[in-house]
Design a protein around this ligand. Sequence first.
Ligand code: ADP
Length: 442
Amino acid sequence: MQYWRTELNRMLLLAVLAFLVGLLFGNITLAFLVALVGYALFNLRQLYRLRKWLEQSPEAERSPPPESTGLWGGIFDGIYRLQEQERGAHEHLTNIVNKAQESSAALGMGIIMINRNNGLDWWNSACEKLLGLHYPQDRNQLVTNLVRDPRFAEYFQQNDYKQPLRLQAPGDSGRILEFEIALFGEQERLIIVRDISQLYRLELVRKDFVGNVSHELGTPITVVKGYLEAMLDNPEDISEKWRKPVQQMMQQSQRMENIVRDLLLLSTLETGTLPRTQDNIVLHELFGEIRNDTAQVFAEKNHEFVVSCDESLRVSGKRSELYSAISNLVVNAAKYTPPRGRIALSAEVGGGDKSGENGKLRISVEDNGIGIESRHIPRISERFYRVDASRSSETGGTGLGLAIVKHILTRHQGRLLIESTFGEGSRFTAELPAARLTNSSA
Ligand code: ADP
């Protein structure tokens, strides 16, 4: 407002002056014309000063705006204020970027930003050691040209980064790197690289140890069990007071044998990868086999088994493993469902767009047994986790069954879903990706 008032005063003064001079010389029009030209020249000069001031290079020492009054003074001050604000924001941002770069340089893990064209945008110094990246030579290079392992290219392109990827470090097969990718912005990616060599070696030692111990325990257990079986075959040879203890020893050695068998299976599942050539499994046949085998073992419980599966459904995978996974779920259903209960084994292909399941295969085992309290469900597939240890050992369980199921499903890119209502029953669903379905007309 102040600027406008000064400007109006200036124009008024000019008009009064032009009027008086016009009166004095007897030509008011000419006097006003001269005043107007003068005013226009004044404005042109201010514009010239503004342009000169704005033209100075950003690196040059910040000079204050040209001195002026009235409207032009307001314009100069306004622009100067905006410039100062922008300078402040710029400094603040530069500070943040510098701090982010300094702190990420101190990290042991590598961080790489990939632009929408899959080129390298930025990376921290750890990547130089982990992947041999060089700044600025590698900038904008395709990431798949720098990490040349085909498994990385496959992982990078799949756009589904739930599981991290483990690879040997380029040029150093002794080091194991773990890659995790997150999508952000417009098709940009952030790659996090960790050196997990030590963890990997520890895992190997643990797996070897479990595998070796289970293997070594196999023979002694078989021998002890063999003798106990022989003793129980002729119970009249055992004195009365030893009969019950021998029976219990037999039960426990059977349990030990089961544990060792499951541990060995888990250790082979953990160490080996799925073979490239896989079986083409006719699902309803597999279901029939599992139903018959389980019904036979639990014959005295008289369960009602209901199997529903489209005869055209075929799945690619390792038959023995998928048999083991589904059979574990059906055996559990039989173990934890009272006599004359109902056990349903079914398969369905996820119904497309609405459910968002995009043709995934869901194999469900549903029972109306004892159910599981919701607090146990998140932990139930951990090794040796039991809801009720006493009941589980009664049923001959090892606490490893669901861990095995989970491992097998993960090896087949699937997952296990558990729903249960305590006292009413449970539903275990093995979900397999649509890509595992072969020749299905569903
Ligand atoms: P276990 O050999 O003890 O059965 P699992 O890993 O197969 O070990 O199962 C872990 C626990 O999950 C079991 O001890 C049991 O308490 C519970 N569980 C598994 N399946 C069922 C089911 N269908 N109904 C109720 N409880 C179940």
